[in-house]
Design a protein. Structure first.
Length: 320
């Protein structure tokens, strides 16, 4: 079975006859959601043809058939695009090998991360590897700096780090969005090594990830708002924007924001200050760690414990 067929099966399993205007039938239904013959009738194709599509025996549906299936399954715009991409992938005789995207972040992006302070900000790869961050951006994901650089990934953090479920107020929503984002990538590059490695690890280690992955929901990540319970600065609700970087092989800049003068902005500023005063632990440095060290005083005594930022009522100079 192809990914195209798996997606069709998963989506029809999540739709009831009533959702598409079909009359309810008496007696139990052995199949959850729509039957194959019901989808075929709604899409205007033969039952045999639809079965071959779902089983991967037919791999070249026409664009009109793909659109009819999308309409029958009540797909939204992102899911329709995903279905078309899966159809195009299934029609290729041999997948085109792709090189792993670069993990290198341009120096200008490093400078931009510093300029954005006190707003937490970081750069991630297309599969959400954490490539660079300013001090607040690294500290925002509480505990991720304990992991080696190459293991730092915001989706891995969401499912596998013990702090994640306490950090995100709406962890279930966050987790669902993470999986839907990876599904969107799988539609365009299902055999990508970086994607396969991350998905394979999470399927094995996280039953929650596996459950969401089997639902075949698709979503690209953009803007939004998140409430976080951070152990260092308390609860704060921050807006966030995700910006795709030009000529960067899928890298994105994620920035968190709050209105100046609000308690959320004060907490965000305090997090930036705390991150600067307490740089990451030895042995877990990254681009973000380098930024944090650059902001600390070179003359400070390493044996002297840093001051407690919660006792200071002054904003850091860059936040004034």
């Amino acid at each position: 079975m192809t990914e195209f067929g798996r997606f069709l099966r998963a989506r029809r399993g999540g739709i009831s006859p009533a959702d598409v205007g079909l009359p309810a039938r008496t007696g139990p239904r052995r199949t959850p959601g729509l039957r194959r013959e019901e989808v075929a009738a709604l899409a205007g194709v033969s039952i045999d043809y639809y079965v071959r599509l779902e089983r991967g025996k037919e791999t070249r549906p026409s664009p009109s058939v793909v659109d009819s299936l999308a309409e029958a399954l009540r797909l939204n715009c992102e899911e329709r695009t995903y279905l078309r991409e899966l159809a195009a992938t299934a029609a290729r005789q041999a997948p085109e090998p792709r090189a792993l995207p670069s993990r290198k972040v341009r120096p200008t992006m490093q400078l931009l991360l510093e300029t954005l302070r006190p707003n937490p900000a970081y750069v991630v790869s297309r599969t959400n590897d954490l490539l660079a961050a300013n001090p607040g951006g690294l500290r925002l994901l509480h505990g991720i700096e304990d992991w080696p650089e190459k293991q730092r990934n915001t989706i891995r953090y969401t499912f596998l780090h013990p702090n994640a479920r306490e950090l995100w107020n709406d962890w279930d929503v966050k987790a669902k969005a993470c999986v839907a984002q990876l599904r969107a990538i799988a539609g365009t590059d299902p055999d990508a090594p970086d994607l396969a490695a991350l998905v394979g690890e999470l399927i094995v280690k996280s039953p929650d990830f596996n459950r969401h992955w089997e639902r075949y929901e698709v979503r690209t990540i953009g803007d939004g708002e998140k409430t976080m319970h951070h152990p260092e600065v308390g609860t704060m609700t921050l807006s966030h924007e995700g910006l795709t970087l030009n000529r960067a092989q899928g890298q994105r800049l994620i920035v968190y924001l709050a209105t100046p003068g609000t308690p959320d902005h004060d907490a965000m500023t305090l997090l930036d200050l705390a991150s600067s005063l307490r740089p990451p632990r030895t042995g877990t440095t990254s681009s973000a760690g380098s930024t944090a060290r650059a902001t600390a005083s070179p003359c400070s005594d390493p044996t002297t414990p840093p001051p407690d930022p919660t006792r200071s009522h002054d904003r850091p100079p860059h936040a004034r």
